[in-house]
Ligand binder design. Structure first.
Ligand SMILES: Nc1nc2c(c(=O)[nH]1)N[C@H]1C(S)=C(S)[C@@H](COP(=O)(O)OP(=O)(O)OC[C@H]3O[C@@H](n4cnc5c(=O)[nH]c(N)nc54)[C@H](O)[C@@H]3O)O[C@H]1N2
Ligand SMILES: Nc1nc2c(c(=O)[nH]1)N[C@H]1C(S)=C(S)[C@@H](COP(=O)(O)OP(=O)(O)OC[C@H]3O[C@@H](n4cnc5c(=O)[nH]c(N)nc54)[C@H](O)[C@@H]3O)O[C@H]1N2
Ligand SMILES: [Mo]
Length: 808
């Protein structure tokens, strides 16, 4: 989230799209309702009517996978009706930048596309520069090659008629949302966008969010109280684990994983440290070498020296273009390329797409170590229905592991707050926390390497590895310490002292830090700030619900990101009664400003979007692999075979795993005419491995069901409560029909398209509840993130004569 939970109450308009916030993020929704009671309009745009819709001002159904068309129409509406916040757009976004002549867009493809590799050479998506190397700008926004005009041109194609044709949303409903939301494009109103999986789990997932960013920048809603783009994160601590890198292509703190073409630290820094010649651009990532060297110090301790490139050579290097996300991992496993592995608190046999294939892939392992609190479809894979356990070679270990209530540590919430959790009870029996198991395992491997050195022992033996696991010690290492005595800002620090903030991190080896974003969370003076529970605030902070002394948030306890965009160039808040920061008597008050420089008008200020090279919010965003402007493309499996205004039906860069079990339906495939979307459920948690073992939750939601409209049910001769079979090109699933007006038939390109919805939390280890919905979903994903397209695929549904799975 750019903002945080409480801040939602400050919004005048709330667009919830791609999330069932009321059911899956009840704390967010508490603040949504607070905003509503203060007069905010709350809009839910979602294929399914849910409890979120019920409490919104209104709900608008749309076809899964068509959000860019919907949002593109909104961009068009904002530009045509002049609803944008002109001063903000001119001063703070790249609307005025002139784009180089090499950039182009034709018939659904941006310039630089190579059909052989299905990827873009992005060099043509650049800006025109002057003789000093500075980007050319036209603040009047009239230049035909300026971003503003190219944006207008791109989205002129998204007329109401075309958008209605794609999304299935009526013109009236489109206008209702557009008008209500565009009304926030004035200085003293703010709108927020709340999204989650309904946006990310698509082959255009990242571009869905880019489209939202464009809208928020046009309306001047970023940096404002009640504004922002707010990802409602999922699993407890998914924010923390992303920050600390559960993703294969990053190292902690959102820095790139080394690639094979960057053999030395110098290569890495050259490729990854952006340069800006504009003195008014903070270009924050220019500091990356300091963060990387401090990270290497954290990993390799005394072995990280300048002479050894701080241990950089010991890091594994990825081949450019190789994908190690789980779609590809399970494919490699299926191909027999992986011999063994560890699975911690994850139930891929249920939660990963095309789970028939995933289950077969697991059979190919020689050994598998699982760590869970229960038996799941993954831990017990070799007992699954229709399989002879004796025929599966895998040796499986199930290590009893502590439940989250049985261990202490920090959890980072969606608002980037670090919150310390204490263990409520000790784990039973011999169960231990993941941390303890990993540290112990690491030490045993180190011991083995010492006694019988294998190939290349260095990364293992030279790692700065603790003797035992201690959450507090890890928190200190994450914050970072000085590795030699040092004076910073006139203060003397001793070796081993905690680093006060990332401004003090250095690339000379004098600091170690496991995550620069968390630097400042644990200090000499205040200790572990994740433990702070102090409600004090100033009246200005109280006016917007900011609690700066409650816990700590990254970066530097800044609660609202890009908050210098909430003030004019003189430092005066655009919205005085909901000011986030203000320049008063020579300093900033309110939230922690993103950079303490004086206001821009002083000539010594910096542009507010400090994480971008130039310092401007990116309407034109050349950083994504699939285009600088979001473009509507159909899901990989789509009920239509024609794009109403382009020659490209699909995202030309989408990721797909190919193999004998990765069958896909053709566009408008007559065998699979129905759109399927999948979702979480209030009463269960994700794959259900935990909640199906909680009797009252299982009693509340005992069985896999399919939500379908009465119109579709009638067409198929299905009644509420009937057993049905849902089939895709990949699998077949039994479920109970839930006939409900919550699902609506949609009019798409002149004909009726039906969409159905299913939860994915049921699995065969719980008798009688049904089995994985993910046997239906495809292994295709977003080209930037490889997140699977769980939210839209094609199926057919028919009445079943006989129950098998559900009767088991
Ligand atoms: N009780 C409970 N709470 C949970 C979870 C749980 O399992 N149970 N899971 C947690 C986790 S890990 C996560 S990631 C979050 C998930 O939180 P959410 O993303 O809110 O949950 P989902 O149910 O997956 O999907 C959200 C909505 O997206 C809609 N949708 C589907 N396709 C589209 C589309 O193409 N466009 C749009 N606009 N909407 C679409 C669905 O109809 C659904 O209403 O919830 C977390 N909270
Ligand atoms: N079709 C479809 N598939 C999806 C999604 C979707 O929307 N549609 N959503 C995706 C998303 S967003 C997510 S996050 C994944 C989730 O997928 P998974 O991570 O596979 O599912 P979970 O059920 O959250 O948990 C996995 C295991 O962790 C165990 N566990 C829970 N708490 C603890 C604990 O405290 N300690 C230990 N040791 N173990 C514990 C549980 O018993 C469970 O077996 O599913 C993804 N899959
Ligand atoms: Mo999730």
């Amino acid at each position: 989230m750019t903002n945080h939970w409480i801040d939602i109450k400050n919004a005048d308009a709330i667009l919830i799209m791609g999330s069932n916030a009321a059911e899956h993020h009840p704390i967010s929704f508490k603040w949504v309702l607070e905003a509503k009671s203060r007069g905010a309009v709350v809009m839910h745009v979602d294929p399914k009517f849910s409890r979120t819709s019920a409490r919104s001002t209104f709900h608008v159904p749309l076809r899964s996978g068509t959000d860019i068309a919907f949002l593109g129409g909104m961009i068009h509406h904002i530009l045509e009706n002049g609803n944008y916040f002109k001063d903000y757009v001119v001063h703070y976004t790249n609307a005025s930048f002139i784009v180089s002549d090499s950039y182009g867009f034709r018939n659904g493809l941006f310039s630089g596309y190579d059909p052989r590799t299905s990827s873009y050479d992005r060099s043509s998506w650049s800006f025109a520069v002057d003789a000093q190397g500075r980007v050319r700008r036209d603040p009047s926004l009239r230049h035909p090659r300026c971003v503003f005009q190219l944006l207008r041109e791109h989205y002129t194609r998204y007329s109401l008629e075309k958008v209605a044709d794609i999304t299935g949303v009526s013109r009236e409903n489109l206008l209702r949302v557009y008008e209500a939301y565009a009304a926030t494009g004035v200085p003293d109103r703010a709108g927020t966008i709340l999204y989650a999986l309904g946006w990310t789990q698509h082959t255009v997932g990242v571009q869905n969010i880019r489209a939202a960013a464009i809208i928020q920048l046009l309306l001047g809603n970023i940096g404002m109280a009640g504004g922002g783009i707010n990802a409602l994160r999922g699993e407890p601590n998914v924010q923390g684990s992303t920050d600390h890198t559960l993703l294969y292509h990053l190292v902690p703190g959102y820095m790139s994983m080394p690639l094979a073409d960057w053999q030395t630290l110098e290569d890495y820094n050259r490729a990854n440290t952006p340069a800006s010649s504009d003195p008014q651009s903070a270009n924050w990532w220019r500091n990356k070498p300091k963060y990387l060297v401090s990270l290497l110090k954290g990993w390799f301790g005394e072995h990280a020296t300048r002479e050894s490139d701080f241990g950089y050579s010991m890091l594994p290097k990825l081949e450019r273009g190789e994908d190690y996300s789980y779609l590809y991992l399970f494919d490699r496993m299926y191909q027999g390329l992986i011999r063994g592995g560890f699975i911690f608190g994850l139930n891929p046999a249920n939660s990963v797409p095309n789970s028939n294939k995933v289950r077969k892939a697991l059979d190919n392992l020689d050994w598998l170590v699982t760590m869970d609190v229960h038996h799941t479809e993954t831990t017990d894979n070799w007992h699954r229905p229709g399989v002879d356990p004796a025929a599966v070679k895998t040796e499986v270990f199930l290590l009893p592991s502590a439940h989250r209530l049985e261990k202490e540590g920090s959890v980072t919430n969606s608002g980037r707050w670090l919150l310390w959790h204490y263990a409520a009870v000790k784990p039973p029996g011999r169960a231990r926390s993941f941390g303890e198991m990993i540290v112990d395992l690491g030490n045993r491997v180190r011991k083995l390497y010492r006694s019988e050195p294998g190939a290349y022992p260095d990364p293992i033996l030279k790692a700065s590895w603790p003797e035992g696991y201690d959450a507090d010690e890890v928190a200190r290492r994450i914050n970072g310490v000085f590795t030699s005595d040092k004076v910073v800002n006139g203060r003397r620090y001793r070796k081993g002292n905690l680093v006060p903030g990332f401004g003090a991190l250095s690339d000379d080896g004098s600091t170690s830090c496991l995550n620069w974003l968390y630097c400042g969370s644990y200090t000499q003076e205040e200790g572990n700030k994740a433990k702070r529970r102090d409600p004090r605030q100033t009246p200005m902070q109280a006016a917007i619900g900011l609690y700066p002394n409650w816990a700590w948030c990254w970066p530097l306890n800044r609660r609202i990101l890009y908050n210098r965009a909430s003030v004019d160039p003189q430092g005066r808040p655009f919205h005085p009664s909901k000011a986030v920061i203000a320049w008063e008597e020579g300093s900033w008050v309110g939230d922690v400003p993103d950079g303490g420089w004086p206001p821009l008008s002083s000539g010594k200020g910096k542009h507010p979007f400090i994480m971008t090279v130039h310092g401007f919010g990116q309407l034109f965003g050349p950083g994504r692999v699939d285009g600088p402007f979001p473009e509507h493309y159909e899901p990989v499996e789509t009920p239509v075979n024609r794009h109403p205004f382009s020659g490209r039906l699909h995202n030309p860069c989408y990721k797909a795993v190919t193999g004998d079990l990765d069958r896909l339906a053709a566009p408008a495939d007559s065998r699979y005419p129905i759109v399927l979307t999948t979702y979480n459920m209030t009463e269960h948690w994700c794959g259900g491995g935990e909640t199906r073992n909680v009797p009252n939750l299982l009693e509340a939601e005992p069985q896999l069901y399919v939500e379908m409209s009465p119109e579709l049910a009638e067409e198929k001769g299905i009644r509420n409560g009937d057993p049905v079979i849902v089939e895709s090109a990949r699998g077949r699933v039994e479920a109970i029909a839930m006939v409900t007006v919550r699902m609506r038939p949609l009019r798409i390109q002149g004909r009726i398209v039906h969409e159905i919805g299913m939860p994915f939390c049921f699995g065969w280890t719980t008798p009688g509840c049904g089995d994985a919905t993910n046997r239906l979903t495809p292994s295709v994903g977003d080209p930037n993130t490889s997140i699977p397209e769980f939210k839209a695929c094609l199926v057919d549904v028919r009445k079943a004569d006989r129950l098998e799975e559900l009767a088991r």
